[in-house]
Design a protein around this ligand. Structure first.
Ligand code: GAL
Length: 416
């Protein structure tokens, strides 16, 4: 009886303010691929933040790291005339949807909150189209990281590898320990994520010429052959069951100590943190040997689609909530990424998070910050997928390094 009265009284009160119907409509439908333990924990920070602002969340998860599957589902939804309110999206994909005229306009909220000054220009090039804000960046990840089991590293002498040769020596020691040296999931985007780091380890200029400029001379060079040779070497350190394995299960192997190291973006740290692991005690984060001081970044942004007028207010509340500095800190501490604003303190972040933030600032100043090929920040999807295809076939032993180089040049030319 008491419960009934309370509910009735509340409904009457809300209707009296004319707010009940409006509140019921304040909903955002969000398409994303954050389905691993660490990713879901981070997403929960956003869901709760919006709930506290009376916005309810309609979840549209599409599993599949890197978002390939999510982008296929999105295409079907938009074609059916049923775009979600907001979609987790990477780099060039955002610009492609903007070109199609499918995205909304965040200019008012961006102007009011001064996004132009606090969001780095490296991100703005994907959050704006034709001078208008179309997406709200939530973080900055980077792909050139190594995640190492601390006990296994200590057993191997404790020294973090600083060069390719030292990395190979460490992986050999992991083999001697009887653990899987490299925890990897054989999916094209994961192979490509390693390739980001391997190509960068052969030089900033080389990475830029090959992946940003798509220079056929760099793509077809001896250096590129060396990159593929390195992939072959790394392939020799993965276990027999790597094919198709999800990235978070590979992280779990390092967390549990059945594997020594994983080459993966810093979303992997979200898994370590979720498992209660502490950097420096249970695991070590370091830049892929030879890439210290450089960063290959990707930024998750929420692209805001054109939706019916009554859905726009909730969409704008979501955009504003994402850029709030307090939220940026709370979310990125859990996600493993750096904030998408330059004015967020690193105080709440662990040692790896502090390093991510410092590395990013330094790379940005030094001109050693590059968009990640593997995560859609170097090229449009057509070119990215062409590179994925060659990298995956070579990694799986279907072709030699020489053939891979020739195929890479041809595939990139055909995709442009
Ligand atoms: C990346 C994305 C990250 C993480 C990862 C694995 O593309 O930027 O936030 O979700 O995929 O799913």
């Amino acid at each position: 009886m008491r419960k009934f009265l309370t509910t009735t009284a509340m409904a009457t009160l809300m209707m009296g303010f004319g707010g009940f119907a409006a509140h019921a409509e304040e909903t955002v439908e969000v398409l994303h691929w954050w389905t691993s333990g660490g990713e879901a924990a981070a997403l929960d920070v956003l869901k709760k933040d919006l709930e506290s602002k009376s916005i309810s969340w309609v979840d549209m998860p599409v599993a599949g790291g890197g978002g390939t599957e999510a982008m296929t589902v999105l295409r079907a939804r938009v074609t059916a005339g049923n775009a979600p309110t907001a979609v987790q999206m990477l780099g060039f994909d955002i610009l492609d949807w903007a070109k199609e005229g499918a995205l909304g306009n965040l200019d008012d909220v961006a102007a009011k909150e001064n996004w132009d000054t606090v969001i780095p220009t490296a991100l703005q090039q994907f959050s704006k189209y034709d001078g208008h804000w179309i997406a709200a960046p939530v973080n900055v990840h980077s792909t050139n990281w190594v995640w190492i089991n601390k006990a296994a590293l200590d057993k191997a002498g404790g020294k973090q590898p600083e060069s390719w040769e030292e990395l190979v020596a460490l992986l050999d020691k992991f083999k001697e320990q009887g653990i899987t040296p490299v925890a990897h999931g054989g999916q094209p985007w994961q192979d490509a994520t390693i390739f980001d780091a391997v190509v960068l380890s052969l030089g900033n200029d080389f990475y830029k010429q090959a992946f940003i400029d798509l220079d056929p001379a760099a793509l077809g060079s001896d250096k590129m052959k060396e990159a593929f040779d390195r992939m072959t070497k790394l392939r020799s350190y993965v276990d027999d069951n790597f094919s198709g394995r999800d990235w978070n299960l590979a992280s779990a192997m390092v967390i549990e100590g059945t594997a020594g190291a994983q080459f993966m973006g810093d979303w992997a740290k979200g898994e370590f943190v979720k498992a209660g692991k502490v950097p420096g005690e249970d695991f070590v984060c370091m830049r892929f040997p030879g890439t210290q001081g450089s960063v290959t970044f990707n930024s998750d942004q929420f692209a805001m689609f054109k939706v019916a007028d009554e859905k726009v207010p909730a969409q704008l509340v979501m955009a504003s909530a994402i850029e709030n500095p307090t939220f940026q800190s709370a979310f990125n501490v859990v996600k493993g990424s750096a904030p998408a604003r330059t004015d967020v303190s690193d105080e709440a972040f662990d040692a790896c998070g502090k390093k991510a933030i410092a590395d990013l600032a330094e790379a940005n100043t030094d001109g050693s910050l590059f968009g990640s090929m593997a995560h859609g920040h170097a090229n449009p999807a057509s070119v990215k997928n062409a590179i994925y295809d060659v990298v995956t076939r070579q990694f799986n032993g279907d072709m030699s390094s020489e053939e891979a180089v020739t195929e890479l040049v041809a595939a990139v030319a055909a995709a442009q």
